[in-house]
Design a protein around this ligand. Structure first.
Ligand code: FAD
Length: 399
């Protein structure tokens, strides 16, 4: 069969239809009602609440796709934004300002926003592609996990970060037998201080998650489906299902070997523009200068992608020139706990001030580097307190 290709011209092309890409479209339309916009996304669904996948979406008896909705197709129609869902951009030619789509179309664009997000890291271990080894990123992954969890009795979660902990908590709330193996001594060790980490890890143990801390993954064993997980220390866990959550890496394949693909993400200016004029990068993909906390940063969190999308979209129109200057922020939910993380958690604090108490599950922990307040972790606090924490951090940095 002969493949027919079409060439179209657009003022704006947005690659990746997650929260970042959708927000970029919103940002464009706020300041340019007429320019032609195409949003291309590999997933078949319109931009959805990815963050629910490890939370209520996993736990509910019936998979409720409606609850996932963030932007529906009517919103794009109403705003005259052309969409290509279920379509991968396969080539992105920076010099010619031309993108090629898997459906045969080519789009010549004036400005573009890269919003390809991230994908789960596959640990360097044997058997990572076996059936029943699940990586939780998309609706399809979550549906597969729901299905398999209904058939398997024993599940092992590999990892001890946000996603691993959320998934373990949700699966446990579904009354499954859940194990969690993590190479470090306590959960969320990349973010929290040892006391909070030990308390949280204990909380998981009390809720019946069987923890194997200090165990590094050696490999998954089985012919086509998983039978055992082997650890570096020589332990072997017999399990029929594994959820692997060992971090998220930026989806940079499309711009590989160009300056738009750096080792930590796509480097951008404070306006979220790459070194190629008119080409922006946002969300999980972007490596941006943090005007509040200092340094360069890549965040893999919802609110960052949302806000960066809005800023980049506005800047793309040329009618605005807005700097991205938000205090880094994310939240998580595990069992009955809601935790909000405000500020920079990348360095272990030299001092921690705890307000509240672990047994009451209600506290704020302030993290200092020397005398400087750098981050605030809030457990079971109100939105008002979260907003106040953002202000406090801004002030502490003199911003
Ligand atoms: C299970 C789960 C739970 C989470 N929970 C939280 C939470 O509680 N709090 C929080 O702050 N954050 C959470 N996050 C993180 C948050 O969802 C992400 O930071 C956010 O989705 C990033 O948005 P994005 O638009 O940058 O990228 P993504 O959401 O990854 O979207 C990128 C899209 O681009 C598409 N794409 C990639 N390459 C191409 C291509 N070549 N052509 C076309 N399309 C392409 C991808 O398929 C994808 O649909 C969670 C993430 C997961 C996976």
């Amino acid at each position: 069969m002969v493949k027919v290709s079409y060439m179209i011209r657009r003022d704006y092309l947005v690659v990746g239809a997650g929260i970042g890409g959708a927000s970029a479209c919103e940002g464009i339309r706020k300041y340019d009602k007429r320019g032609s916009v195409t949003l291309v996304g590999a997933e078949a669904f319109p931009p959805y609440k990815r963050w629910i996948l490890s939370k209520s979406f996993l736990r509910e008896k019936e998979a409720n796709l409606k609850k996932l909705q963030e932007f529906d197709e009517r919103w794009f129609e109403a705003h005259k934004i052309e969409t290509r869902f279920g379509t991968v951009v396969t080539q992105f030619n920076i010099d010619r300002r031309l993108a090629v789509l898997a459906n045969g179309e080519s789009i010549e664009f004036t400005k573009a926003c890269l919003a390809m997000g991230s994908r789960p890291v596959r640990p360097p271990a044997a058997g990572t592609s076996l059936g029943n080894v699940i990586y939780l990123r998309t609706i399809r992954d979550a549906l597969a996990l729901r299905e398999m969890a209904s058939l398997e009795k024993t599940i092992m979660v590999v990892g001890g970060g946000l996603l691993a902990s959320e998934a373990a908590a949700s699966l446990r709330m579904m009354k499954m037998k859940v194990g969690l193996m993590h190479r470090d001594a306590y959960l969320l060790n990349r973010y929290v201080d040892p006391n909070t980490g030990v308390w949280l890890t204990d909380y998981f143990a009390k809720h019946g998650v069987v923890l194997s801390m200090g165990e590094a993954l050696n490999g998954f064993e089985g012919k086509t489906v998983l039978r055992n997980i082997q650890t570096k220390s020589g332990n072997r866990f017999p399990v029929g299902l594994a959820v692997v959550a060992c971090g998220a890496e930026p989806n940079l394949d499309l711009v590989r070997n160009t300056p738009l693909a750096g080792p930590h993400g796509s480097p951008v200016t404070e306006y979220l523009e790459t070194e190629e004029k008119g080409i922006y990068a946002i969300g999980d993909l972007a490596f941006y200068p943090d005007r509040i906390m200092g340094g360069m940063r890549r965040q893999t969190h919802w609110e960052n992608a949302r806000e960066q999308g809005l800023v980049a979209g506005a800047n793309m129109t040329g009618k605005k020139r807005i700097r991205y200057e938000q205090v880094p922020y994310f939240w998580t939910e595990m069992f009955d706990l809601r935790m909000d993380f405000v500020g920079d958690f990348t360095l272990p604090p030299t001092r921690v001030n705890l307000d509240g108490s672990y047994p009451k599950k209600k506290f704020s922990a302030r993290y200092y580097q020397g005398d400087k307040l750098r981050a605030i972790l809030l457990c079971q606090q109100t939105q008002r307190e979260v907003d106040a924490a953002k202000n406090q951090l801004r002030q502490a940095q003199g911003k």
